[in-house]
Design a protein around this ligand. Sequence first.
Ligand code: GLN
Length: 452
Amino acid sequence: DATVKAAEAAQGALNCFTSIDGDKAKEMAQASDARRAKGEAGALDGAPIAIKDLFGVYGVETTASSNILKGFKPRYESTVSQNLWDAGAVFFGKTSMDEFAMGSSNETAATGPVVNPWRAKGSTENLVPGGSSGGSAAALAAGISYGATGTDTGGSIRQPAAFTGLVGAKPTYGRCSRWGVVAFASSLDHPGPFGKTVKDTALLTQVMSGHDPKDSTSYPGAVPDMVSAVSRGVKGLKIGIPKEYRVDGMPSDIDTLWEKGAQWLKEQGAEIVEISLPMTKYALPAYYIIAPAEASSNLARYDGMRYGQRVEGDDLTDTYEKTRGQGFGDEVQRRILIGTYVLSAGYYDAYYLKALKVRRKILEDFNTAFEGVDAILTPTTPSAAFGIGSKADADPIEMYLNDIFTVTANIAGIPAMSVPAGLDKNGLPLGLQVITKALDEETMFAVGGALE
Ligand code: GLN
C-alpha cells in the first residue's frame, strides 16, 4: 500500500510510470505473505520491484512507451519478471522508457518526458533521468521501490543509473533471458537491474539470471554467487584504465572522479595499469548501424494486424502505412529508415557487413585486454544529467554521443555496471563503469563493492 501510494504521489511530478496497479500489487503481496507463512520465503520476499514497460507482465498493458502498442495486454509473462515473482518480489507498476528503448534521455516516450528527482544545486531546471530505462531509474531514485528492471542495448541501464545516483548492472549477454521482452536489437539487448546498493543489484541480477530454453541465446551454465562476490575485495586484482576513454571536452569532474576511483581500488590492494582498446572510436558508428538494422527487422511485426493499434486505410498497404506512420514516433522511424538502408542490397556489404567486422575487432580488443587485467574501469557517461529539451531538439548525433563509453560492452556482450562515484561541482551524481570478461559477473560485483 505504501509503495502504491508513493508511486501515485510521485507520478505528477516525475511522470515515471506508464501504469500503476494497486490491485495486482495487493494480490501479489498477499501471495508472498502466504508463502512466507508456509516458511517458503524467497530471496526478494515482499519486495516491490518496478518493471520497465518493455517486459511482458501477464494481463498488464505493455506498450514499450509507444502509441503503436497502446492497449496491448500480453497473455504471457517475461522470464525475467517471472524469476522475480518466483523469488517473492511484488509487482506494482510499469515504468516509462524511451519509445522501444531507443534513446538516452527518456524524452521519446509516448507519454512524455520523465523528470529526474535530482536537480543541480540552486537550480529549478528539470533534468532528464537518462534513458532508455529512465522511468525505472527515476522511480527508484525517488525511493518508491526496492529495485527496478531495465534493459541495456547500448547503455540504457548504466547511463540512467549514473544520472540518478544508482547502481545499474548489465550481466553477460544471455545471462538474463530475453523471452517476453519486447525486442529492440536482439544481439545487443541485455535485461538487467537497478539497485540502490551494489549488494541489492547483485541479488537482483542473480535472481533475474538463469538458463531459459525459451530464449535460444540464453546461457546454459550455472549462475555464480554474485551476492557473496560483493564483499570479496579487490586485493591482487589488476584493473585496466583504457587510454582511449579519455575523450576531448569531457568535464574535468569526471576525470577527477575516475582517478579517485582508481586510487581507491589501489588503496584496497588492486594494481592499476594503463591499457589500450584501440577500436573504441569505431564502437559508436558500428552500434548505430547494427542496432537500427536489427530494430528495422524486429519492428516489422507492428503492422496493425497482430498487436496494439490499427489505423484503417483504403487498402492493406495504406493501412500498414497509416498504422506505422502514426503509431511510431520520430526517433523510431529514423532508426527504421537507417536500418533498412544499411541492410538493403546495395549497401549491405558497405555498412552492415563492415559493422559486423568492426564488432569482431572490438571483441578482440577486449579479449587481448583481459589477458592482462581482471577488470576495466571507465567513467559511465561523458556528462552528468542534462536539461529536459536541451539535447532532444538538436542533431540526433548529439544524443547518440551519450553512449560513447557504454556501447562497447554491448557489442562484446560482456558484463558491465555503473556504480555511483560522487557528485560533480553542481551537486549532480556521476557514475564509474566496471567492465569484466564474459561470465565473470563475480569480479564485476567485487570491484563494484570495493568502489561503493
Ligand atoms: N541510447 C542507445 C540507443 O538509443 C541505447 C539504448 C538502449 O540501451 N536501449 O540506441
